[in-house]
Design a protein around this ligand. Structure first.
Ligand code: PEP
Ligand code: CO
Length: 456
């Protein structure tokens, strides 16, 4: 089997496999019409951009680059506006600058953006009072409002999702062509950000950087802004296979690419080796990420890697582990041993969010900053001890001053969670918390593991 021409693979071959998180569209004809319309529309990204990202992931696998992947848990159509998009991009750019100072490596920025519209749910039905309705499955599928019409899956939403993704990308691309100052400027409205120690450091770096670029410009006459500095990639969970399939296109050499995004990932709930989702992902030339949760066994993981990347091509596979702060020390080493033992090339990336979700006393879904930080710092240590490299982090975060995760020096209490909670699904780190998290990284990669990293 070869990725260039995988046996009996076709963008629709996933339909022969069991589909978990299946969406029940009542009207099959309406679904087929929407897919056909999507198939006629132009791709959102190009195969050369996808290939570039794959090269960067290959470098990150060798420790020469680092991946920052982040954004909303569930992106919403309503957030497709200039302010929201520019805040997201500026947050990523500023965080990547801080990260590159910490790690002394170039950073690839990958947003959970321009397509992160479909959500897997543990409960497919939601009950409130005496009514039971389909759960919210992301704006690509239905609407969050709790009514029968809003929750009924509507295939036209795939076309809307495509349009919003395209508008978002268009705005990102135009931002990246504009002045450096504008992109780096953090939201001046946010008081706590203005006072943030880390934000000040970022601005200082930026200032030095701009001076250097100006000197370079004066000296050589070349353009001061390098394109690569401003690269920005998109990613989303490849969950809604009808949507993914309709935007899967073949290039001149016969290779299939998912051109709805640069970097699709498969979620924890859909990553079994015989699943429709793995069948779909094994045929595309994009770099692919697999979420690795505490229930996965090491041999399952190596099998998945061999299915998705049978040629062991560099840059092709990223493993995003999300065990939780209590389980990581027990689970990660055996995964590392299995992957190393089978000589499989992967990028190791830590998602310290999804294994640390919990319900607060008032029933609100939250995550504790200390748990998130503990998992991330342990991840750096465990990889170092096992001779592997942590080459990326995956965060749910927002530039807005929300209160969704508890703790941090911002000291959000459980009681404050309902004051500023706008996430449609999982709780995100706010801008202050995410800077604090990233700022704590350097100590972890220089020191021997400490007991204090383990939170009881
Ligand atoms: C997510 O990334 O939003 C998600 C649902 O992750 P996981 O599949 O790891 O639970
Ligand atoms: Co999430």
């Amino acid at each position: 089997m070869n990725k260039q021409n995988p046996t009996e693979w076709h963008p629709e071959s996933w339909k022969q496999k069991p589909v978990s998180q299946q969406i029940n569209y009542g009207d099959q004809q309406a679904l087929n019409d929407a897919i056909e319309q999507l198939r006629q529309l132009p791709p959102l990204v190009s195969s050369s951009e996808v290939d570039n990202l794959k090269k960067q992931i290959a470098l990150a696998q060798e420790g020469k680059q680092f991946i920052l992947q982040g954004g909303d848990c569930a992106e919403s159509f309503a957030d497709c506006n200039a302010d929201s998009i520019s805040q997201k991009v500026r947050l990523m750019v500023n965080l990547s600058l801080l990260l590159s100072r910490k790690l002394n490596k170039p950073i690839s920025r990958i947003g959970r953006i321009a397509g992160q519209y479909a959500k897997p749910r543990s409960q497919l039905m939601e009950t409130k009072l005496d009514a039971s309705l389909p759960s919210y499955r992301g704006d690509l599928v239905n609407h969050i409002h709790f009514s029968e019409s809003a929750r009924t899956p509507n295939p036209q939403r795939m076309l809307q999702g495509y349009s919003y993704a395209s508008l978002t990308l268009n705005y990102i691309r135009s931002m990246l062509e504009s002045d450096l100052d504008q992109i780096y400027q953090l939201d001046q409205e946010t008081e706590e950000l203005r006072n943030l120690k880390q934000a000040k450091q970022v601005h200082q770096s930026l200032h030095q950087f701009q001076q250097m670029m100006q000197m370079f410009h004066n000296f050589t006459g070349a353009q001061p802004v390098t394109k690569s500095l401003m690269e920005f990639y998109t990613s989303h969970e490849a969950l809604h296979l009808h949507y993914e399939q309709a935007l899967t296109r073949q290039n001149k050499e016969g290779r299939w690419y998912n051109l709805s995004t640069h970097f699709p990932w498969v979620g924890m709930r859909t990553a079994s080796s015989n699943s429709a989702h793995i069948e779909y992902l094994r045929g595309i030339a994009n770099p692919v990420a697999i979420k690795v949760g505490p229930k996965m066994q090491p041999e399952q993981l190596t099998e998945l890697c061999q299915i998705i990347n049978p040629d062991n091509e560099a840059g092709c596979l990223t493993l995003i582990h999300r065990f939780g702060h209590k389980a990581i020390a027990k689970k990660l080493p055996s995964m590392i041993r299995a992957i190393k033992g089978a000589d499989i090339k992967v990028l190791w990336c830590c998602d310290p969010m999804h294994g640390n979700s919990r319900l607060a006393n008032n029933g609100i879904k939250t995550r504790d900053f200390d748990h998130i930080q503990s998992e991330l710092l342990q991840a750096f240590d465990i990889h170092k001890e096992n001779g592997t490299i942590l080459g990326g982090i995956h965060l749910e975060m927002t530039a807005e001053a929300v209160m969704e995760c508890t703790g941090s020096s911002y000291q959000i209490s459980e009681a404050e969670l309902n004051q500023a909670y706008t996430s449609l699904v999982d709780p995100r780190l706010n801008i202050s918390q995410v800077f604090e998290l990233v700022d704590s990284i350097d100590t972890s990669i220089q020191k021997i593991p400490q007991k204090s990293r383990l939170i009881p």
